[in-house]
Design a protein around this ligand. Structure first.
Ligand code: NAP
Length: 275
């Protein structure tokens, strides 16, 4: 079985490490490789995958939106999102999916029960691609109280409207003032990502004790957003879980086998600590 991830750049991707271990563990004869593809090579690369009998591929920055025009079909949820991170090739046809939102949801379920998620007052920071997928998945799951805050507040307001959320769309300073009201606060912005590790989107040292701070960033493993939340007595969840579960959902689509995720979270965490 031939699988790959395409991006530009791609050399830091942990996807080959993860998928090759899973194939090994499940005795699947195959290989998952990372291929650097510039925007002008994208169409040609997809033809190559089709002609060379690849089973599928992952798509990362900057191709998540642009890949759609080169696919034969797209899943409804990915179409609404306007972004694809997983492609399945069957009978020479490419179908696009997006497993990011459900990957985050699976990760959240390692920290909170189904009922807790449905009843929680949830605040999402950011209104970009990842925020859209995560908010859509949380809403479909039955989370009933979701608000969104973004630097560009108009984007937060339109996302709240588009998804018909009961919460509000706001800017980051309003979210800062309301922080005590939320049970789960999710950072989907890129603020705090390596190398800008001292930055944070809002000051989580004002979070409610016992609430959960979830960051989808995983480099660094412990962002300022998470460290400050912990100092306030909040629980924390980093982005490794989302990364592993989005990959596990893609792997299942390609192989019809369910890979082991909990052990993989530990393996990738250890690998990141060594780098
Ligand atoms: P995106 O579509 O470019 O959205 C970026 C978001 O960050 C926007 O809401 C943007 O606000 C906000 N932002 C950027 N710089 C900011 C700043 N200086 N201050 C305040 N807000 C700022 O990106 P994305 O695809 O959603 O990805 C976002 C992050 O998620 C990245 O760090 C990515 O690595 C991570 N991610 C992780 C996983 C995983 O598996 N763990 C999966 C996907 C993505 P504006 O709208 O105001 O510009």
């Amino acid at each position: 079985m031939k699988l790959a991830v395409i991006g530009y750049p791609i050399r830091h991707s942990k996807s080959p490490f993860m998928h090759n271990i899973w194939m090994n563990e499940l005795n699947i004869d195959g290989q998952y490789e990372a291929i650097e593809v510039s925007p002008d090579q994208l169409e040609q690369q997809i033809h190559f995958f089709k002609e060379n009998n690849y089973t599928g591929f992952n798509v990362t920055i900057p191709h998540k939106e642009n890949v759609i025009q080169h696919l034969d079909d797209i899943d409804e949820a990915a179409k609404d999102l306007g972004a694809v991170n997983t492609v399945l090739i069957k009978n020479g046809k490419c179908t696009g999916y997006n497993t990011d939102g459900n990957g985050f949801l699976q990760s959240l379920l390692t920290k909170r029960s189904e009922a807790e998620i449905r009843q929680a007052r949830i605040l999402i920071l950011g209104a970009g691609g990842a925020a859209k997928g995560i908010t859509g998945s949380l809403k479909s799951f039955g989370a009933s109280q979701i608000s969104i805050a973004n630097r560009t507040s108009a984007k937060a307001v339109s996302l709240v409207d588009a998804l018909g959320l009961t919460g509000e769309g706001m800017d980051l300073s309003k979210a800062q003032n309301q922080l005590q009201d939320y049970d789960i606060v999710i950072n989907t912005t890129s603020v705090g990502m390596f190398p800008h590790i001292h930055q944070l989107p809002i000051d989580t040292s004002f979070m409610k004790k016992g609430a959960l701070a979830a960051d989808i960033i995983y480099n660094p493993l412990r962002t300022q957003f998470l460290l400050k939340a912990e100092s306030a007595g909040a629980d924390s969840l980093n982005g490794i879980g989302m990364f592993v579960f989005q990959g596990a959902l893609a792997f299942e689509m390609w192989t019809s086998r369910k890979p082991e995720a909990a052990e993989m979270i530990i393996k990738i965490t250890d690998k990141m600590k060594q780098e």
